[in-house]
Design a protein around this ligand. Structure first.
Ligand SMILES: C[S@@+](CC[C@H](N)C(=O)[O-])C[C@H]1O[C@@H](n2cnc3c(N)ncnc32)[C@H](O)[C@@H]1O
Length: 482
């Protein structure tokens, strides 16, 4: 089984000769900056609040012998000490949390999407911030998650299923020319491709000097991405531009140029309670960026024990009514019939199902999206919502993603698994609960399988046993152990 690469501290960072040397004059405590870069980051997770609160997640991790501590700048995030391997813990399989670097929570936090906002994530893959913003909308409405790289969106497709996210449509477009047909947005995140100088603690590979030619190409792209993001923003709406790099050419210079070109925008202070962000640069190396750039935020790793980030919040001044949102997706009658398996077999109330639009995207699954989800307007979707019911089997089978999303609302039948049974379930082996724990499902009926009260997936009653319907593709990730 392939093991996830683990952080290896570099034997010699050679910071004096590294890419960071050009920023020496900007860094208040060079020795501390160098020393912090040599230390690995503490794992950080954000609770999936549709399933549990941060306190409930902390209690659960504590029971597993770990030491979770609240992150000071995000109400749902925890730093977890004590040898936590977040990708291997069963909570990741159950979609109880999103693994997200503490610094990378900031862009979406500053954008502050609220229920009712239409949101665009222009450079979305692998999708951590998309998931964060979809949660911030309370699982309703619309996030359009776009990336130019179709392959990199695969990770988002997985996260969406595990988290039960029904308000995201994915598109594959060059964001520099994101079509106008996508419509206008209240909130736009441009988390741009960059030279990644701030990710050294994660990868230990980013300290190489960026060539001027490569940087120039990046900057041109960053400018076009930001300007297109701004152009797609409604009056009164906001854009956050973020990078995980220190280079002023990719940061303040890009924002200053876009502001000058688009005119109708103002910079808001990129500041948050619980974290120290240094003001953006007003000049550097002979280039003047303007006094307003001090409102941008610079996150240096040694100030808050994080990676590095740059953040700018731009608001389109009001004026004009903007355009109406695209119409919500239309329900498909056959998909609607298939979705009733959740009501008829698993006791999910009609009131919950009424908040979802069943539809087809291909023929294999009836999918679900939030009933007010409007998709990407006239831009063809790569994927929308989550698969809920396998349509081509007889009888139709609830999917694992559907079971995890709707399980918290279900009345059962349930089977609460022991840790050993959980391993067997992940190995796709039958579970033999014995007559006293046998779930109240008829022969051939579906059963929701849970660990410590959280739905892990679906099984089917066969004789005295419950057959595991855990997806083959998820099995390997699930069997790594905590
Ligand atoms: C910093 S990463 C985004 C990380 C992501 N927001 C997250 O939080 O998981 C930058 C992304 O920009 C994408 N990208 C590069 N050029 C692009 C373009 N022209 N249009 C849209 N996306 C692009 C890359 O494929 C990459 O996934």
């Amino acid at each position: 089984m392939a093991r996830r690469d683990r952080y290896r501290p570099p034997a010699d960072l050679a910071v004096g000769q590294s890419a960071y040397n050009r920023y020496r004059g900007l860094i208040d405590d060079w020795a501390r900056f160098c020393s912090v870069l040599q230390q690995p980051l503490t794992p950080c997770v954000r609770a999936n609040t549709a399933r549990l609160s941060r306190d409930e997640l902390a209690a659960l991790l504590r029971q597993d012998g770990l030491d979770p501590q609240p992150l000071s700048w995000h109400p749902d995030a925890l730093l977890v000490y004590g040898g936590f391997r977040p990708g291997r813990h069963w909570g990741a399989i159950a979609g109880l949390y999103q693994i997200q670097e503490a610094a990378s929570l900031l862009p979406a936090q500053l954008l502050d999407p609220r229920p009712g906002d239409r949101v665009l994530d222009l450079c979305a893959a692998p999708g951590n911030k998309t998931v964060q913003m979809a949660d911030a909308l309370g699982g309703r409405g619309t996030v359009v998650a776009n990336d130019a790289n179709r392959g990199r969106l695969g990770a988002l497709a997985q996260a969406v299923k595990r988290h039960g996210i029904v308000n995201v449509t994915q598109t594959v477009r060059d964001g520099q020319g994101m079509p106008w047909a996508a419509g206008r947005f209240d909130k736009v995140l441009v988390d741009a491709p960059c030279s990644c100088e701030g990710t050294f603690r994660k990868t230990a590979t980013a300290a190489e000097e960026t060539s001027p030619a490569f940087r120039e190409r990046l900057v041109r792209k960053q400018q076009r991405l930001l300007r297109r993001g701004m152009a797609l923003t409604r009056p009164g709406g906001c854009v956050v531009y973020s990078t995980c790099t220190f280079a002023p050419e990719e940061n303040e210079a890009v924002v200053a140029a876009a502001l000058a070109a688009e005119g109708d925008f103002e910079l808001l202070p990129a500041r948050l309670e619980g974290i120290y962000l240094e003001p953006g640069l007003t000049e550097w190396d002979g280039a003047a960026y303007g006094a307003a750039m001090a409102r941008c935020g610079r996150l240096w790793p040694h100030h808050n024990d994080t990676g590095g980030f740059f953040l700018a919040v731009l608001r389109r001044r009001s004026g004009g009514a903007g355009e109406p949102d695209p119409e919500p997706l239309a329900p498909d009658p056959r998909a609607q019939t298939l979705l009733r398996v959740f009501r008829d077999e698993l006791g999910v109330p009609d009131s919950v199902l009424a908040g979802l639009t069943p539809f087809f995207e291909g023929r294999k699954y009836a999918k679900i999206a939030a009933s007010d989800h409007g998709g990407a307007g006239g831009v063809p979707a790569e994927r929308t919502g989550i698969p809920a019911v396998r349509a081509q089997t007889r009888p139709p089978k609830p999917s694992t993603a559907g079971a995890m999303a709707l399980g918290p609302h279900a009345r059962g039948p349930f089977l609460d698994l022991t840790p050993a049974e959980t391993e067997a379930f992940f190995r796709r082996e039958p579970i033999h609960p014995g007559p006293e724990r046998a779930p109240a499902a008829p022969e051939g009926g579906h059963v929701l399988l849970r660990l410590r009260g959280y739905t892990l997936g679906i099984g089917i009653r066969r004789g005295g046993a419950v057959a595991s319907l855990f997806p083959k593709a998820w099995s390997e990730a699930a069997l790594g152990g905590p």
